[in-house]
Ligand binder design. Structure first.
Ligand SMILES: [Zn+2]
Length: 224
């Protein structure tokens, strides 16, 4: 089963990609643009309220016990209103999702993304923010009021701070929306600057990184 056991095995015995059992190309051995096209199509199906890919969860359940071949890795916010698979009309096994408040790049999230690239062979990474993001709003508020949040929240706010600074520098009419966009761009940059595995995969053209913002009001994902 391609779960935690595979992750441990991969790290113990070199970071090797998983190949399809019969040496055929893996189902996710597609171009970054084809993967992006599938997500775009899925979001259109979701927008039209006509889900197709999620119609039958039982299909391929047996095959999924053997391997996973996700077409994309998505770094998304934990916000309950942004159910990542659903908004792209993707089913089990289709996308590899790292969710954390504010869709920030953390050490464990980065390791997960590296696993998706080096072992699972995803051709596409999407950093996905969303409108009215509470984590980004908190970072803005914390910077404005110079207030200190409890627990580990200051670390999260600190991770978003470069996006707050970048947005302020552009004097936008909608500071929250601008910061959300900047935070997506920050995440895209961090993935390549903080990970040689991801940086090399992008340089070689194997992987593409895109950024988007999900609109809670319309359900549409707009590219950043
Ligand atoms: Zn959020």
């Amino acid at each position: 089963m391609a779960g935690a056991g595979t992750l441990l095995a991969a790290s113990a015995f070199s970071f090797r990609p998983i190949h399809a059992a019969d040496n055929k190309a893996a189902p996710n051995a597609i171009s970054p643009s084809d993967a992006f096209e599938q997500l775009t199509k899925g979001n259109a199906q979701y927008l039209a309220n006509e889900p197709v890919d999620q119609a039958d969860y039982a299909v391929d359940r047996a095959a999924r016990t053997q391997a996973q071949h996700p077409i994309a890795a998505i770094l998304s916010c934990s916000d309950s209103r942004v159910p990542t698979e659903i908004i792209f009309d993707q089913g089990p096994g289709d996308i590899f999702v790292v969710r954390v408040a504010g869709n920030v790049v953390s050490t464990y999230g980065l390791a997960s993304m590296e696993f998706s690239v080096a072992v699972l062979g995803v051709p596409l990474i999407l950093v996905l923010g969303h409108t009215n993001c509470g984590a980004v709003a908190s970072a803005l508020q914390s910077a404005r009021e110079r207030s200190k949040l409890p627990g580990h929240l200051p670390e999260l706010v600190e991770a978003i701070q470069p996006a707050v600074d970048a947005a302020h520098g552009k004097h936008p009419s909608d500071l929250l929306a601008a910061t959300i966009n900047e935070n997506v761009r920050l995440g895209m940059r961090n993935l390549t600057s903080q990970s040689k595995i991801i940086g090399d995969a992008v340089k070689s053209g194997k992987v593409e990184i895109k950024g988007g913002v999900y609109d809670l009001a319309t359900g549409k994902v707009a590219m950043v």
